[in-house]
Design a protein around this ligand. Structure first.
Ligand code: UDP
Length: 258
């Protein structure tokens, strides 16, 4: 168990105080929730894979100039991040119809959208994260117009980059969720990408078979969750062919009760 002071516990991650002011440690749990936490479960090994996948994606995004909270991975389940003030908006980017947009608007799952859609959801579990418009965000002061401009620009850049990254490994990036935070420097703040990018918050379909390689396996009781996450990590080059060392080590660690 970590002895550091816990700052916050969410559904899939815990935040601990970091080693220096302005830093935090982000710990990836194996817990999974869906349908506004009405469905709960554990996907053994998920946290290890998400830590690794998110590290990889945030590093690549940093390399193309997208500012992120990621500093470095510390161990199998933890990464050092910059402390930000989370903007209470979930930003969903959609390339293909699936999930809530299919249900709400009656668009068949798998329909390629003629243009990318960005949607905003107000982060509030008690309200079930309702969808909101720019108008609500401005009216209630959740983010400024300037911040929303930066957020939309970054979301499109992230989408363009990720579409290419995943297409290169035979994956269709259907949709995904991003979160942003304010990084304060005295009286000034700028918006940077926060949270994580992993199969927990993306829909990733195999381009040939259409197989779902993301959290929908859990949501829809399809089974094979960890294998799907592992397949994403493997295709990204994060697990050498046939190598399950990361997960084996993790199992070993858990068996010893550490
Ligand atoms: N998503 C997420 N957290 C949420 C809601 C959605 O990470 O609280 C992700 C989800 O994994 C999917 C995308 O955002 O990749 C769009 O989700 P959608 O609105 O279709 O909702 P869902 O079908 O997941 O309820």
């Amino acid at each position: 168990m970590s002895r550091r002071r816990q700052i916050y516990e969410g559904k899939a991650k815990i935040l601990y105080e970091g080693p220096e002011p302005g830093t935090l440690i982000q710990y990836f749990k194996d817990d999974a929730t869906a349908f506004n936490a009405q469905k709960k479960g554990t996907i053994s090994g998920k946290g290890v894979l998400n830590n690794r996948i998110s590290e990889h994606v945030f590093t690549l995004l940093g390399n193309i100039g997208v500012p992120t909270h990621f500093i470095r991975r510390l161990n199998m389940r933890e990464q050092l991040i910059r402390q930000v003030e989370i903007i209470p908006i979930e930003v969903v980017v959609r390339n293909v119809a699936a999930g809530s947009i299919s249900k709400r608007l009656g668009i068949e799952e798998g329909t390629q959208l003629p243009r990318t859609i960005i949607e905003y959801y107000y982060k509030d579990d008690a309200l079930g994260d309702p969808m909101v418009a720019d108008e609500h965000i401005a009216c209630f002061g959740w983010a400024s117009q300037e911040e929303m401009h930066d957020i939309a620009d970054m979301a499109i850049r992230v989408n363009d980059f990720l579409c290419g990254l995943f297409a290169g490994i035979g994956i269709r990036l259907v949709d995904f969720k991003l979160e942003f935070g304010r990084l304060w420097d005295n009286d000034f703040s700028r918006v940077i990408l926060a949270d994580e990018i992993s199969p927990d918050g993306c829909r990733l379909w195999d381009m040939t078979s259409g197989e779902k390689l993301d959290k929908d396996r859990f949501r829809l009781d399809l089974g094979g969750e960890v294998e799907a996450y592992q397949e994403i990590a493997r295709r990204l080059g994060l697990l050498p062919e046939g190598d399950t060392t990361v997960l084996d080590l993790e199992k070993h660690r858990r068996r010893r009760g550490k």
